[in-house]
Ligand binder design. Structure first.
Ligand code: GAL
Length: 673
């Protein structure tokens, strides 16, 4: 038994929890910090949507949680039951269940085996149907069922290592403990009832998932870094001639007059007439996306405009804008608007915002707005997303882009994550589990050692939230492996075919917080990280390069092969041996998948385009279709339709679920598979 004085010092009062939104509770430990993740993200909870969710309680006594605040740490203890599984804690590239592990969640580029991550969202989701966000911009230490307190009444049985072979070096604990090096921390708890509902509540509290413009769901191709305008046009012609889909051209560092640090201005040699260049591509149905890292070259116009609103330390000798300062943010938005967006640029790839102190600035760096280097690194990518998103909102034009670092509260930002790593298995894990960190990851394709790898990479790219070939270094094109060109084209066309289905899945993300990519642990508790649900009714099990066979676990219900319509099984694990042109993708029986006949550009899909409903298994068949003007934010004011479609016999009917549009814009045709 501990001496009473020590026990008193270790025992905190029960924490006070307030209901801050339907099914969301908040507690403050110690003093309030200057900001939080959700404040940084300017999250506006979708209260009506939260209210419409099934009511639910947290499956443990909130009053039984404990917290501590000293001059250097704020910490909290939340209960865990013996068999409870814990998912999330950042965008990890291995495994699903985090029980028994310790994390020190900080932004950095990913390296296997450490917990510095592109997206270190301090959010966990319990398989008992609730989620917890440590809502702080500081690095968070999380001990998941590890670390035993002296005063814990539930300590496991004491074992004698001299005699007991079951002695354990890391005895299980019945708690999650988290701490930050600060005088306080806010904690949010989200109710379920299911684990997926808990994630949805987190996303809705963060403002709902990002809604892309329709064109963003097509195919993206990033050019080799130093390409000129003429070379880009030539490459676009290459797509046209070979009848290969293309929607977005990404320009890498060479579009700028200099880079690392960059000017964020067009190179006069490589892009002498950017306005005509961007407009010309747009006429062909192709948008332009610009790469940037946000470190500004001294002497450039942006540098002049921003001075003195920079951090104390440089990045590659470029100045780091203090984008947390509203005036600096305004200058940045105006610069981007006048030099790029006004010309028609559709969005950005924000690179290198995921550095640790080796890349970026030291912990003790200072920014004029008052943030130190360490917390600034945690939110720098978020701040850039926030400001670029604000700029496009002001234009009433939707954007979509890429970002390499993010954090909690960022679900509403129209950016997907990517990396410099390239291991195919890690990519698939990141793809299938990134929604657990409140973000979406894209398994981009860059290069390959064989035609087989090229195809398998392309197949996982086209079934990612954004489908992208990033040839900034390799200069590869979809046709770089001529022996598999037809198979590659087929995968790219599959992507175009699925555009209406994907658009609906994204609308569910925006309206209900359900991510378009659904990790199995949230679908039915499965721990697989190499398969996922894409929207409501497609189960995708990508084949990694080099694999000839793979296992697929089919959840309950009947499942049918997407391509052939053949029944593959129900509620069982099957082993499949897909040929190179086959992607294991299965459809839930009784569903109608809305598709389009593929075209070369998403821009060619008319609003009245016919929806082809692919019907699988026994009828009647059901599906959902969402549509709106595909470009603006008028959908936020109700200018959309969400409809339930039913196919009986060969007759398809649509019934409005919500939205101010009276009917679906397109007609429907039925394809029985
Ligand atoms: C890397 C990035 C790549 C590419 C490259 C250009 O940091 O991850 O995708 O953009 O920069 O220099």
């Amino acid at each position: 038994m501990l001496p009473a004085a020590i026990l008193a010092a270790q025992t905190s009062k029960p924490l006070h929890w307030d209901l801050v939104a339907p099914g969301v509770w908040r507690c403050q430990i110690g003093a309030a910090d200057r900001t939080s993740l959700t404040k940084t993200a300017e999250a506006k909870p979708k209260t009506d949507r939260l209210k419409a969710m099934p009511s639910s309680e947290i499956p443990f006594e909130l009053q039984a949680t404990r917290g501590w605040a000293s001059s250097s740490y704020a910490s909290i203890q939340l209960p865990l039951t013996p068999a409870e599984k814990v998912f999330g804690l950042g965008m990890q590239m291995s495994g699903a269940n985090r029980r028994g592990q310790i994390f020190h969640l900080q932004v950095d580029h990913y390296e296997a085996g450490h917990d510095r991550l592109h997206v270190p969202t301090p959010l966990y989701i319990s398989d008992r149907g609730y989620a917890v966000l440590f809502n702080t911009i500081r690095p968070v230490n999380v001990y998941v069922g590890v670390g035993n307190r002296l005063d814990d009444p539930k300590t496991p049985k004491f074992r004698d290592r001299n005699t007991d072979p079951n002695w354990d070096a890391q005895p299980d604990s019945s708690a999650v403990e988290a701490s930050v090096q600060a005088s306080g921390m806010e904690v949010l708890v989200f109710a379920g009832p299911t684990p997926m509902d808990a994630l949805c509540r987190y996303n809705l509290y963060s403002g709902g998932g990002a809604m892309p413009p329709l064109w963003a769901l097509g195919f993206w191709h990033r050019m080799k870094s130093l390409s000129t305008a003429d070379e880009v046009k030539e490459e676009v012609r290459g797509f046209e001639q070979r009848k290969i889909p293309l929607d977005v051209i990404g320009l890498e560092p060479g579009w700028q007059s200099r880079s690392y640090p960059g000017t964020m201005e067009w190179s006069p040699e490589r892009f002498p007439d950017p306005k005509a260049f961007v407009a010309g591509l747009k006429k062909q149905g192709v948008r332009v996306n610009l790469w940037e890292n946000p470190y500004v070259a001294p002497g450039s116009n942006l540098f002049q405009a921003l001075t003195p609103r920079f951090g104390s330390h440089t990045v590659w000798l470029g100045a780091a804008p203090d984008i947390a300062d509203p005036k600096a943010a305004e200058i940045i938005r105006k610069f981007h608007h006048d030099n790029h967006v006004a010309l028609g640029v559709s969005g950005y790839k924000i690179d290198e915002v995921d550095g640790f102190d080796v890349w970026l600035w030291p912990d003790h760096a200072q920014f004029p707005s008052g943030l130190d280097g360490l917390p600034m690194r945690q939110i720098y990518g978020m701040l850039w997303q926030r400001e670029l998103d604000r700029m496009y909102h002001q234009e009433n034009r939707r954007t979509f882009g890429f970002v390499r670092g993010s954090n909690g509260g960022a679900s509403r930002f129209p950016f997907a994550l990517y990396s410099d790593t390239y291991d195919h298995h890690q990519y698939l894990t990141a793809l299938t589990t990134s929604p657990l960190a409140g973000v979406l990851w894209c398994a981009e394709i860059r290069s390959a050692n064989s035609s087989e790898e090229w195809v398998r990479r392309m197949q996982s790219a086209v079934l990612s939230p954004i489908a992208q070939l990033n040839a900034w270094d390799s200069g590869k094109k979809p046709w770089s492996y001529p022996d598999v060109l037809e198979t590659v084209r087929e995968a790219m066309e599959l992507r175009q075919t699925l555009v209406p289905y994907l658009y609906t899945a994204f609308a569910q993300y925006s309206m209900k917080g359900i991510p378009p990519i659904r990790p199995m642990c949230l679908v039915d508790g499965g721990l697989e990280t190499d398969q996922y649900m894409l929207g409501d009714n497609l189960l995708v099990a990508p084949v990694a390069s080099g694999e000839k066979t793979r296992k697929v676990r089919l959840p309950s219900g009947d499942w049918y092969d997407y391509k052939t319509g053949k029944h593959v099984g129900s509620h069982e694990t099957v082993v499949v041996a897909p040929k190179l042109d086959e992607i294991p993708m299965y459809v839930r029986g009784g569903s109608a998948i809305p598709t389009y006949k593929p075209k070369l550009h998403v821009a060619d899909f008319a609003l009245q385009e016919t929806y082809r409903l692919r019907c699988y298994g026994q009828g009647p068949w059901h599906g959902t279709i969402y549509d709106d003007d595909r470009e603006t934010f008028f959908f936020e004011k109700g200018a959309y339709i969400l409809a339930k479609v039913t196919v009986a016999g060969s007759e398809a009917t649509a019934e409005k679920i919500e939205g101010n549009w009276p009917v679906l814009p397109g007609r429907m045709s039925v394809e029985k598979m």
